[in-house]
Ligand binder design. Structure first.
Ligand SMILES: *Cc1c(COP(=O)(O)O)cnc(C)c1O
Length: 362
């Protein structure tokens, strides 16, 4: 069977050369005599793997020295809980910008811990834009403002960061990290699941200002959710997701080889433009998102009828393009075009859309 172009929102495509590298090292990792999957996380080869992965990510994102990098489990969803538990007192005000489904889930977890407030929401407009936030909208006592940097389901993104004044900015960048440049120093904390732009599922990266580690944490907070404990143990308080860290390390090396995040962003912008430009000219395909808030990672589009959507998805699948169906909550179509998606995949998709519109239906 041939490899397909996988437009899944996550887990998503990885470059073949990385999969081949993993295949080559799978049974016997050089110098270890065993697979990374069998290796002790306390062994010298694994210590080198995790140290190099962190160093590479620090170079790629230009992470300042006063930020800690944590390699954790539990997905981005676990961070919806860990963030309030580490950064806020129980009952403290927590500000959230509700710009999509994951933002809403983050707010819900915040409500379990503090007085979580939706300072703004685009729900009434089916999350088709990013509402502006200004410092005067925020509670001066809020522990942080939480944003979802890139809204995976709705295809919107913060193309400029909100001004938060003295309030720390926390951002879920799961679906855009390493796909575009992110100013780490403008954030107090960034978190992201790996399975979109950084490798396989099972790993979540947290990048936070070290001074936040000194905040007093409520005794009820479980050990596994404590950032300081994880930082003090080099992300190895318990067994880390070793194989996912190894794979993410290979992805980081690949992004460095490709020229870094700026080069990735350039390529991703070009890929997204192929789609947005075609949709802009098309009488059949439509993008429901405010132009200035468009995501370059997740491109949503609709066809005139549910029958058209179904027929188009079938035609695309017949041409080796899968997972183009929109999220079950919104319908339509969505092309997730992360770092692992080659330009040729997007070109093949645009050709398929053109043919469908012209009446060629296979
Ligand atoms: C995928 C995603 C999540 C959920 O990630 P898990 O790793 O499945 O918990 C959260 N936020 C955003 C923006 C996402 O894209």
């Amino acid at each position: 069977m041939e490899r397909v172009y996988n437009f899944s929102a996550g887990p998503s495509m990885m470059p073949v050369e990385i999969l081949q590298q993993a295949q080559q090292d799978l049974v016997c990792y050089p110098g270890a005599g065993c697979s990374v999957m069998e290796m002790s996380h306390r062994s010298a080869p694994f210590e080198a793997i995790i140290a190099e992965a962190e160093a590479s990510l620090r170079r790629l994102m230009r992470i300042p020295d006063d930020y800690a990098v944590l390699f954790l489990q539990g997905g981005a969803s676990m961070q919806f809980s860990a963030v309030p538990m580490n950064l806020a007192r129980q009952g403290q005000t927590l500000d959230y910008a509700v710009t999509g489904q994951f933002a809403g889930k983050a707010l819900t977890e915040g409500e379990r811990w503090g007085k979580a407030v939706a300072v703004t929401s685009s729900k009434a407009d089916t999350f088709s834009h990013i509402p502006k936030i200004t410092a005067d909208m925020l509670d001066p006592d809020a522990a942080y403002l939480h944003i979802t940097g890139n809204n995976t389901i709705f295809g919107t993104s913060y193309n400029t960061l909100p001004e938060t004044g003295a309030i720390p900015l926390v951002a879920d960048w799961s679906s855009a990290i390493l796909g575009r440049e992110i100013d780490v120093a403008a954030h107090a904390l960034i978190y992201a699941g790996a399975q979109k732009n950084m490798g396989p599922a099972g790993l979540t990266v947290v990048i936070l200002r070290r001074e936040l580690l000194e905040r007093e944490v409520d005794p009820v907070v479980p050990a596994m959710l404590r950032y300081k404990l994880m930082a003090d143990n080099g992300s190895m308080y318990n067994t880390p997701p070793c194989f996912s860290i190894y794979m993410a390390g290979l992805m980081f090396q690949w992004v460095e080889k490709m020229g870094g995040v700026a080069a990735m962003e350039k390529r991703n912008r070009e890929k997204a433009a192929l789609l947005y430009d075609f949709i802009g000219r098309s009488a059949m395909f439509h993008n429901p998102v405010a132009v200035e808030d468009r995501s370059i990672m997740n491109v949503t589009f609709t066809l005139p009828t549910p029958e058209d959507t179904k027929a188009f998805l079938q035609m695309a699948e017949g041409r080796g393009m899968i997972n183009l169906k929109g999220h079950r909550s919104v319908g339509g179509c969505r092309a997730s075009i992360y770092n692992g998606m080659p330009t040729e995949g997007v070109e093949a998709l645009v050709a398929c859309m053109k043919d469908y519109e012209m009446g060629l239906r296979k």
